[in-house]
Design a protein around this ligand. Structure first.
Ligand SMILES: Cc1cc2nc3c(=O)[nH]c(=O)nc-3n(C[C@H](O)[C@H](O)[C@H](O)COP(=O)(O)O)c2cc1C
Ligand code: SF4
Length: 388
C-alpha cells in the first residue's frame, strides 16, 4: 500500500493577509469547465468524511438542466472529536467564501449558504462582517453571487446533507431517501453542491497554487493535506495540518503520550484501531479515511466506557425515522450493558455485531449505517474490557 512519512504542512492557515479576494478575482476569469477540470485534476476529495471527489460533484451539478442551483457550505461540525472547521471559519473565513464563490462560478449558482453549527453562534458576527466585505468585492467585480448565513440548532443529524437541506427549508431536519442526490435535488429541490468548510478552503488553495503543485502532496488515492483535530491522551492536543497517507504508527509516535493503546480514527462514527495495527494502518482513503478527528486513548482508559459514551451519543442523536437505527441504537447500548453486568453471556456480543452489520445495510442514512465501525472494531479488539 502506498504511503508516505508524517509531514506537517502549512497551507490552510498560511498566507492570510488583508489583501482581499485576489485568487477569486483571478479564477472567475477562467471558464467554468476549466475551473472544474482543475479541481478534478487535483484529486481533491471531500474533507467532511465521506470523501466524494469534489470536482465530479461540481461537474454533475453543473450538468443539471435547471436554471437555479445552490452552493452550501456544511459548517455543522457535529462529529465528536472534530473541531477544525470552527478554526478555519475563525481564522481564514475569506478562503471559505472564496471557495464557495469559485464553486458558484463553476456550476452556475447565484446563491451560497453557510449552515453554521448552533453552538458556533459566537462566530456569526465575524462571518457576517466578512460576508459584507465579500459583497463589496462581488459588486466591484460584477460577480452575481450572494452568500447567506443560516444557523443550525444543535442536532448532529443536521450535518447529514439532506437533513441539512430540510433544516434550511424550515422543516424538522431528517435525512431524505437517496437518490436523488443533492447534485440533482438538494436545497429547495434544486441541484446543489454541498461541501465541507475545509473542502471550500482547499479549493481556494488549489486555485492559488494549481492542481499540479497540490497533488505532489499525499498519495494516489489521497491527494493533498488535511486538518486533523487531535484530542485525548496526548501532550499535543490541537489542530494540525498533515500530509495524507501517513502510517498511524508515525502519527502515534508524534502525538501519543508513550502509552497509547488505541486511536479512534474519524470520530465516534469512525474506527477504533488498537496498538497491534498501528503499523499496518494508513491514514487516507487507501486505509482509514477520516474527516480529521483523531482521539487518542492510553492504557488508563476503559474501552467499555468509550463505547458506552458513543452509543449514548447515537441514541440521543438518532432522528428515529427508520427502525433499524431507532431500535438498533437502543439494543446495542442495552446489549453491552447486559454483557457488562453478566446478565448476558459474552457470546451475545456476536449477535450485537450482526445487528450493527444489519444496520449498515438497512438504516436510511450514514448515522445508522456507520455504527458498525466503532461498535465492531471496539468489540473485536477490546472484548475482554466489555465482558463481565
Ligand atoms: C450523521 C451525519 C453527520 C454529518 N455531519 C457532517 C458535518 O458536520 N460536516 C460535514 O461537512 N459533513 C457532515 N456529514 C457528511 C455530509 O452529509 C456530506 O457528505 C458532506 O457535507 C459533503 O461535503 P464534502 O464532500 O466536502 O466532504 C455528515 C454525515 C452524516 C451521515
Ligand atoms: S439511520 Fe438513524 S439518523 Fe438516519 S434516518 Fe434512520 S433513524 Fe434517522
Amino acid at each position: 500500500m502506498e504511503n508516505n512519512t508524517l509531514k506537517k504542512i502549512d497551507l490552510i492557515f498560511a498566507d492570510y493577509t488583508t489583501s482581499k479576494y485576489k485568487i477569486l478575482e483571478k479564477t472567475i476569469l477562467k471558464k467554468p469547465d476549466e475551473v472544474i477540470n482543475e479541481i478534478i485534476d487535483s484529486g481533491l476529495k471531500g474533507r467532511g468524511g465521506a470523501g466524494f471527489p469534489t470536482g465530479l460533484k461540481w461537474k454533475f451539478t453543473k450538468n443539471e438542466d435547471n436554471p437555479v442551483k445552490y452552493v452550501v457550505c456544511n459548517a455543522d461540525e457535529g462529529e465528536p472529536g472534530t473541531f477544525k472547521d470552527r478554526e478555519i471559519l475563525e481564522r481564514v473565513s475569506r478562503k471559505v467564501l472564496s471557495g464557495m464563490a469559485i464553486c458558484g462560478h463553476a456550476i452556475g449558482a447565484k446563491e451560497g449558504y453557510i449552515y453554521l453549527r448552533g453552538e458556533y453562534s459566537y462566530l456569526a458576527p465575524k462571518l457576517m462582517a466578512e460576508i459584507e466585505i465579500f459583497d463589496d468585492f462581488a459588486k466591484k467585480a460584477n460577480l452575481d453571487f450572494k452568500i447567506f448565513l443560516r444557523m443550525g440548532s444543535g442536532a448532529y443529524i443536521c450535518g447529514e446533507e439532506s437533513a441539512l437541506f430540510d433544516s434550511m427549508e424550515g422543516k424538522r431536519g431528517e435525512p431524505r431517501n437517496k437518490p436523488p442526490y443533492p447534485t440533482v435535488s438538494g436545497y429547495n429541490s434544486c441541484p446543489t453542491v454541498i461541501n465541507n468548510v475545509e473542502t471550500f478552503a482547499t479549493v481556494q488553495i488549489i486555485c492559488k497554487i494549481g492542481a499540479e503543485e497540490y497533488k505532489k502532496l499525499g498519495t494516489t488515492d489521497s491527494r493533498g493535506s488535511k486538518l486533523f483535530s487531535i484530542s485525548g491522551d496526548t501532550p499535543k492536543a490541537g489542530i494540525y495540518e498533515l500530509e495524507l497517507g501517513m502510517p498511524l504508527k508515525e502519527f502515534v509516535e508524534e502525538f501519543g503520550d508513550g502509552d497509547t493503546k488505541s486511536v479512534q480514527v474519524g470520530g465516534a462514527s469512525g474506527f477504533c484501531v488498537p496498538r497491534k495495527h498501528f503499523n499496518d494502518t494508513i491514514i487516507g482513503f487507501e486505509g482509514i479515511p477520516t474527516g480529521g478527528s483523531m482521539m487518542i486513548f492510553n492504557s488508563t482508559r476503559s474501552m467499555y466506557n468509550v463505547l458506552h459514551d458513543y452509543l449514548e451519543f447515537f441514541n440521543e442523536e438518532s432522528c428515529g425515522q427508520c427502525t433499524p437505527c431507532r431500535v438498533g441504537c437502543q439494543q446495542l447500548l442495552k446489549g453491552i450493558e447486559a454483557v457488562k453486568k453478566g446478565e448476558k453471556k459474552p457470546q451475545y456480543l456476536e449477535e450485537l455485531k450482526k445487528l450493527a452489520l444489519t444496520m449498515k445495510v438497512a438504516a436510511k442514512c450514514g448515522l445508522g449505517q456507520s455504527l458498525a465501525n466503532p461498535f465492531n472494531s471496539i468489540v473485536d479488539n477490546f472484548r475482554e474490557e466489555i465482558i463481565y
